[in-house]
Design a protein around this ligand. Structure first.
Ligand code: FNR
Length: 189
């Protein structure tokens, strides 16, 4: 079965290693997953005073989040947490009250860092946020990517075979997970 996956990248940098990782993951993913990027860079800061009249970028975000079957978060770690841009996008997506776009939709979390902890602390943080947002998450395998120079080439290919195999297996497991969740939790009317 085909499933659409909206992916969110926690970095706005044009040189983002997490964007590179996302490109690699998409090219290694099973064919039944169709990817679309959910952009976060044009959103104003969330303010609940705007709940009744979402600004245009936030309306677009809501529509985009609502149109996909699953979410993939590819994020750096900033000061041992997720970047503010990503949290801001999740806050917009979780509101207005009663129309949380993440509810009951499967998600997975992954990230890359030049540091050895490989975004582990930020991912734990994000898992707690997604838990509150009622998104069933892939618990295992976890993936904390220690990014070394050149790990993902400009064309998105992974230059270390063991890492390529690991990421490819991770995407296969994500696809299985999405299929399983979507089979038992039908989309809300
Ligand atoms: C970082 N970096 C970082 N790395 C890490 O492993 N743990 C951390 O807590 C932080 N904190 C942090 C804060 C801020 C404000 C910046 C700009 C950077 C380093 C970070 O992992 C590195 O810059 C990555 O390249 C960021 O990911 P992208 O933007 O390349 O995808």
């Amino acid at each position: 079965t085909e499933h659409t996956v909206g992916y969110l990248i926690g970095s706005l940098s044009k040189d983002s290693i997490n964007r590179r990782l996302a490109t690699a993951l998409i090219s290694l993913a099973p064919d039944n997953l169709i990817f679309t990027e959910i952009e976060t860079g044009d959103l104003p800061l969330y303010n609940r005073d705007l709940d009744a009249d979402y600004p245009e970028p936030a309306q677009r975000l809501k529509e985009h989040l609502g149109s996909v079957d699953a979410f993939l978060f590819v994020t750096p770690e900033f000061n041992r947490a997720i970047p503010g841009t990503l949290k801001n996008a999740i806050d917009w997506g979780s509101r207005p009250w009663g129309s949380n776009s993440f509810s009951r939709k499967p998600s997975a979390v992954i990230g890359a860092s030049p540091g050895k902890i490989g975004t582990a602390v930020a991912q734990q943080h994000l898992r707690s946020v997604l838990g509150f947002c009622d998104s069933p998450q892939m618990g295992a395998p976890e993936a904390y990517i220690h990014y070394t120079e050149g790990l993902v080439a400009d064309d998105g290919s992974v230059t270390v075979p063991e890492v390529e195999e690991f990421l490819s297996d991770w995407m296969a497991r994500f696809s299985e997970f999405v299929g399983r969740v979507r089979a038992v939790i039908p989309p809300e009317e």
